[in-house]
Ligand binder design. Sequence first.
Ligand SMILES: Nc1ncnc2c1ncn2[C@@H]1O[C@H](COP(=O)(O)OP(=O)(O)OP(=O)(O)O)[C@@H](O)[C@H]1O
Ligand SMILES: [Mg+2]
Length: 348
Amino acid sequence: MNTPFTEEQLRAALSSVSYPGFRRDILSFGLVKEVAVDGADVKVQLVLSTADSKIPAQLRTEIEIALQAIPGVGQVKVLIDVQAPVAAPSAGPVPLAGVRHVIAVASGKGGVGKSTVAVNLAIALQQAGAAVGLCDCDLYGPSVALMCGANERPSANEQDQIIPVERHGLKLMSMGLLLEGDAPAVLRGPMVTRYTQQFLRQVAWGELDYLILDLPPGTGDIQLTIVQTIPLSGTILVTTPQEVALLDVRKAASMFRKTNVPILGIVENMSYFLSPEDGKRHAIFGTGGGAREAERLGVPLLGEVPMEPAIGHSGDVGEPFLAGKKETQSEAANVIARVAARLREMLP
Ligand SMILES: Nc1ncnc2c1ncn2[C@@H]1O[C@H](COP(=O)(O)OP(=O)(O)OP(=O)(O)O)[C@@H](O)[C@H]1O
Ligand SMILES: [Mg+2]
């Protein structure tokens, strides 16, 4: 049937409606189950998982306004099916109860310092007074547990949820704490997806201001599963100044953009080496790469973290370089603390 408007216009209108309290729209959240057109009339069906009775009413009004703004649209009918909030881990991204902001630390290339940035950023946020959780989402090479010196096996509560381990004032969870030996190598394809979903939804985080996710490198199954399972407040992209790392950061940025995850900014790691001998900056991997890429993507450059030998050592002994420090000589620590302050402003 011919209509005076296109499906494209309907989708655009629906994607202008964000879920209350989130920047993400209802379409990318996967909440719109059906859009039916009958002549000039439009019927939209939503499936929500919320205990807040104000949300369906608010969404209904916003959807009606958005669709009726399209020339030619007649009657708009919005049907909302509200399910119990604990339901359906597979029903698109559903917010984690009690967690205000989920931030993914990601990169295209491996070994650029994601885990180092994630761990120390979590500590800096905690030191600034926030309740923080840190989740290692790398099935194949989990390192958060190691970097934080955690090695006990987590226990479960009565609801069969995994209780995070507490370390350095953080609630920590790592697939590395659950898997033994070389078990991760057998996880492939759909199993990775299922395992990641289950892992994300079955941890008893409690009330958190920030949950930091340390992602594996690249744009594979794990990353996609994460963005489809829980709504992210945003992502931080970590890169080194090298061209190869920057190229890969572009790919990661494009994946996050396609899945509507806001890019909060870039952290350039290993930006320079500050020589203790002459006090001079040595740009080992070149200069300005992170800044140029941030500009290209139209996102802020959140910080440039220098190379410091103590960082490598602190990761190896399970004592993150920001842990337990109030005053520090370390420029890397100061940069990370400033990134944390910036994040708190962006995501209060
Ligand atoms: N600014 C720095 N100065 C010195 N060493 C660093 C710095 N950042 C990271 N490193 C070291 O570089 C190595 C790689 O860092 P890290 O494990 O954080 O990277 P990653 O991006 O998480 O790696 P992967 O892709 O394998 O997950 C580690 O040994 C870490 O201690
Ligand atoms: Mg890592």
